[in-house]
Design a protein around this ligand. Sequence first.
Ligand code: MG
Ligand code: MG
Ligand code: MG
Length: 306
Amino acid sequence: MAIYTCGHTTPDSDSICSALSLAYLLNKIGKPAIPARQGPVSPETQFILDRFGFDAPELKTEFAGCELFITDYSDRGQAPADLDKATVVGIVDHHKLGDITTSTPLECWIRPVGCTNTIVKEMYDFHGVEIPKNIAGIMLCAILSDTVIFKSPTCTETDIKAVKELAKIAEVEDFGALGMEMFKVKSAVEGVPVRDLILRDYKPFDMHGKKVGIGQLEVIDLAIFDSVKDELQADLDKLRTEEGLHTACLLLTDIMKEGSEVLVSSEDASIFEKAFDVKLENSKVWLYGCLSRKKQIIPFLEPAFA
Ligand code: MG
Ligand code: MG
Ligand code: MG
């Protein structure tokens, strides 16, 4: 039976590229594997796949009876609904340890680095498997995306070293330019329905029994949101009601100014205010220096619900 490699719901570039890079590695070490994805391919990911000549992995949302190697998450909220009927054979991830449990022993590669593909690179090195040029290309892009071209506080020396090695293999001379090209594609949000923007990079969490949803849009210039900000806020309120969330947030991240404007919709906004020691104005606030949801939002917001 083949193992499915698959990242989180609302997949980002890391989830999709790690499913592909990990499946190739597993196949090479004699474990038949098929890459999969739990949702649509974002414009940024499509750019990466086109650039290095890949088709998107198969769309798959039901895993009952399957073997699954999870990439880029370990929270149940981001897993397939029928996870309990699947066998999790492994996890490779760079987030906080989530609430997934297993009934059989599994392989775990969990490290505090900037990107899952950085860890997959370590797995290739561990197994002594050569990384093909096009796989190196998508891994490289995923690391540049997750680390916001090394600007994110989640970025480590290990990520930078991996990027340099992968760029050599992929024959990418100027990875910084490739990263900017990628973020330009990511910044093209004109004409996209507001709900699609909120859900483009959205993660649901259980914070001490309260449902919290956090979306993030990383762009080169926040001004592109000026005309739709009110609409985004109104739709965030709507999403919160529809999904029964206690709090819904949307991070509008300016990767050049290196900060995020956070739109907040909450049953009790004082929890958010307390968590970040800020006062919301018109339900939003600018958080200077905030680029990372996993390192600069969740570790503060989650304890505030305790
Ligand atoms: Mg991810
Ligand atoms: Mg990631
Ligand atoms: Mg990200």
